[in-house]
Ligand binder design. Structure first.
Ligand SMILES: [Zn+2]
Length: 447
């Protein structure tokens, strides 16, 4: 079974306590070039390795048998832009190391071991054939290429956000002291959020319910998956037996429930292809299907949980600008609507409908609008930082330059220097005024 973070920690303690693995990664060097990026693992002895690739995000996963994972990967010199990051992930057993090379775009890997020569020792070479789109193709053509290359699962160039209005139909949710139904409040906020997302180029909203109808909690993440959502946001309003509690909170799936869900998905082998998308082909080629499915599902769940936490923190940041908060960090819970291993999912409690003042606020459309806007801003901030591969935002990000503002520089000066309009810089950075501060990092669009 896939382990939780807690058992991974225990796992590491056990490994180091029992027996040192034989091989060692002594260093990792990256040589970027325009067509081919080379990653060299300097090894103590000949590497015994296997590898596979994954999408969303794109990465090459290298398993090294009987190898320590002592090397600190955070100081690797990486001046190119193909490799986003080199990190460890949970290895398949206590004596192995798993190294994940995260890519910013598609690249075809080839791996081979090199015997010692001259003063160099054993090496494992990972060559990545770069598929960077050439600079002179038009934006849309390039985006199409990125998407069309991935024939197994062509994706929408929009980032798809599934919005889930809590309760509905025969399930009213909580009922406030003045008789307000949670299901109406959640649907109203969901619709406001839908409008904001649909008005944003590069984003698209889908609703698990668009009217006052009943949908079971288990069905909701399935709808998100059918619509190929990149994210699921479920909207609720809290209630308590006493009138005092107030404020919003954000919830993500607990590790314990995540483990249970992974086990459940592993048993449902007929649904693996649906869940794994393009990665299912990798599995069909291998004999150890069960192990690979577990690995890929585990990585997918890791990614979803990490994303949910990151986004959850951003939603808390934005919500506290417009309402009081009941919890100032994302909270973990076992909730059916959050159980999709492949779709990052958060649940937002917008306030306590059982608190008379908050019930009043929730009945005020300007307040609901502010809540929807806070969730929207957080989502936008999150995806601007880490746009899913193949989306318009990912393409724009790959093609943008950044500039750190120095003393004496203004927007008009930068616009002149980079030969772009002031208005394009403002749009690319979501700036409302003309003021920039020293040290601020600005995105400079290419056109
Ligand atoms: Zn609820």
């Amino acid at each position: 079974m896939v382990r939780s973070i807690i058992s991974i920690l225990l796992f590491c303690v056990v490994v180091h306590g029992v027996q040192a693995a034989q091989n060692n990664i002594e260093g990792i060097r990256i040589w970027p070039s325009s067509e081919n990026t080379r990653v060299v693992f300097d090894m103590k002895s000949a590497p015994d390795f296997t590898y596979f690739t994954l999408k969303n995000p794109l990465r090459v996963v290298v398993d090294l048998q009987n190898t320590n994972d002592n090397l600190n990967l955070s100081n690797i010199d990486n001046s190119g832009n193909l490799i986003k990051k080199v990190r460890y992930s949970k290895a398949k057993d206590s004596r192995s190391a798993r190294v994940v090379i995260e890519l910013s775009r598609q690249a075809k890997p080839s791996l081979f071991a090199v015997a010692p020569s001259d003063n160099l020792g054993h090496r494992l070479v990972v060559d990545l054939a770069d598929s960077a789109p050439s600079q002179n193709t038009s934006l849309q053509a390039s985006v199409n290429n990125v998407v069309m290359d991935d024939k197994s699962s062509p994706r929408d160039t929009n980032i798809i956000v599934a919005i889930d209005a809590g309760h509905g139909g025969r399930d009213p949710g909580s009922i406030g002291p003045a008789g307000t139904y949670e299901k109406h409040i959640t649907l109203s906020i969901a619709k406001m959020l839908e409008d904001m997302i649909d008005a944003e180029p590069g984003m698209k909203a889908i609703m698990t319910r668009g009217s006052d109808s009943y949908i079971s909690p288990n069905r909701r993440p399935e709808i998100a998956r059918e619509k190929k959502a990149d994210l699921l946001i479920s909207i609720h309003a809290d209630a308590f037996s006493q009138p005092e509690p107030r404020g919003g909170s954000v919830w993500v799936l607990s590790m314990r429930r995540a483990d249970t869900e992974l086990g459940r998905w592993l048993e449902k082998s007929e649904r693996h292809a649906e869940l794994l998308g393009g990665a299912a082909e990798v599995i069909n080629d291998k004999s150890s299907e069960r192990y690979l499915t577990e690995t890929i599902l585990g990585l997918s769940m890791d990614h979803s949980m990490a994303t949910s936490h990151d986004l959850g923190n951003k939603v808390v940041d934005e919500l506290k600008k417009v309402t009081s908060m009941h919890k100032r960090r994302p909270q973990a819970a076992s909730l059916a609507v959050l159980t999709a291993p492949d779709i990052p999912s958060i649940l937002v409690e917008v306030g306590f409908i059982s608190n008379p003042q908050e019930e009043k606020n929730l009945n005020w459309s300007a307040h609901r609008e502010r809540l929807a806007n806070a969730i929207f801003n957080a989502t936008k901030r999150y995806f601007k930082q880490v746009p899913p591969d193949g989306t318009l935002w990912a393409f724009e990000k790959a093609n943008n330059r950044t500039h750190k503002v120095r003393s004496g520089e203004s927007l008009s000066l930068l616009a002149q220097r980079y030969n772009v309009k002031v208005s394009s810089i403002k749009a690319a950075n979501d700036l409302s005024g003309d003021i920039v501060r020293v040290g601020q990092v600005l995105t400079i669009p290419r056109t």
